[in-house]
Ligand binder design. Structure first.
Ligand SMILES: [Zn+2]
Length: 130
């Protein structure tokens, strides 16, 4: 059974983001983490989103609000424009465009995300949107 990955990579879900979301593997690059978080948003995998948020920000996240957000948004498309941050790095960035549908309205979300390494794995630090 394979379905296309929600991150629009054109790979099947089980060969792309699923192992990360299921906790079977750790993303080696910031782009992999960013893609898996996009997939987690579209599948409302709130615990994965919280677990991959930097510790100092995790406490201010509200699980119910995050879940409500996931359920109100439809992730339509993802385009990664630029990405760095690989196995040897401590900090990385991903510049992407996400096409979302919020309450029935199409919305383009452009963000440059910053990721940092925490306890050996990549986590989301913050993002600049415009
Ligand atoms: Zn994916």
């Amino acid at each position: 059974m394979s379905r296309p990955c929600p991150c629009q990579s054109k790979k099947s879900f089980d060969r792309c983001c699923e192992p990360f979301i299921a906790g079977k593997a750790l993303p080696a690059t910031c782009e992999q983490l960013m893609r898996s978080r996009f997939s987690a948003y579209s599948l409302a995998k709130v615990d994965y989103l919280l677990n991959t948020t930097a510790k100092d920000k995790r406490e201010s996240e509200n699980r119910d609000e995050l879940l409500a957000y996931c359920q109100s948004v439809k992730c339509v498309n993802l385009k990664v424009l630029k990405a760095d941050g690989g196995p040897g790095d401590e900090v990385g960035h991903v510049h992407f465009h996400a096409s979302l549908q919020v309450n029935g309205k199409r919305h383009l979300h452009a963000e440059k995300s910053t990721f940092v390494r925490e306890e050996g794995r990549w986590v989301y630090q913050d993002g600049e949107t415009n």
